[in-house]
Design a protein around this ligand. Structure first.
Ligand code: GAR
Length: 200
């Protein structure tokens, strides 16, 4: 089977959606590993509850990002991972992971990129006063939310929305969109050629 590793730092609602889709048979992939930089996160608890192997690390115990990413890379190789799926993994990656997984690493971000990259995308959207925001799934490159775009879902911003309210409605769409995009990968329907995304 097609094997994915999910990277998550937080609540793990996207991770849970991927687990549920795998269990339902609609993902077309096995969730073979959870990687987390937050040993106490709900995402790690969800993995344990589902019987998914977990690799956790504490970044401040390492000299550099490269040092812990080298260990993560070993785990990915051992687990024969086909695709890395970032799901609320709140750290930039170095070339240690980005280079070997070019075209095989995706991220989801709670805005219509290239608007509002980085932290608190929903808060940025509310502050700016946009009427439409959404979610974006994209390939990961060395930058912050800058890689080639694979799929997007629009979400209306309502007049009285707080950042939290908008974020929650965006996350509802993320939980639908991300498993669908992963299923495209598992079926061999997505390719990256340079910076062009090909969908079959
Ligand atoms: C998601 O909304 C995801 O798009 C966002 O973090 C949230 C994680 O929620 N990611 C980023 O902002 C990355 N720049 P979750 O832990 O419940 O899946």
């Amino acid at each position: 089977p097609y094997r994915i590793a999910v990277f998550a730092s937080g609540s793990g609602s996207n991770f849970q959606a991927l687990l549920d889709s795998a269990r339902a048979g609609t993902l077309g992939a096995q969730v073979a590993l959870l990687v987390s930089d937050k040993p106490e996160s709900p995402a790690v608890e969800r993995a344990r509850a589902a019987g998914v192997p977990v690799f956790v690390f504490t970044p401040k115990e390492y000299e550099s990002r490269e040092a812990y990413e080298t260990l993560v890379l070993e785990e990915l190789n051992k687990a024969k991972i086909d695709l890395i799926v970032l799901a609320g993994y709140m750290r930039l990656l170095t070339s240690v992971l980005v280079e070997p997984y070019t075209g095989r690493m995706i991220n989801i971000h709670p805005s219509l990129l290239p608007s509002f990259p980085g932290k608190d995308a929903a808060g940025q959207a509310v502050s700016h006063g946009v009427r439409v925001s959404g979610a974006t799934v994209h390939f990961v490159d060395g930058g912050m939310d800058t890689g080639p775009i694979i799929a997007q879902r629009a979400v209306e911003v309502l007049p009285e929305d707080s950042a939290t309210e908008l974020q929650l409605r965006i996350q509802e769409q993320e939980r639908l969109l991300y498993p669908e995009v992963v299923s495209w990968f598992a079926a061999g329907r997505v390719k990256l050629e340079g910076r062009r995304v090909l969908l079959f």
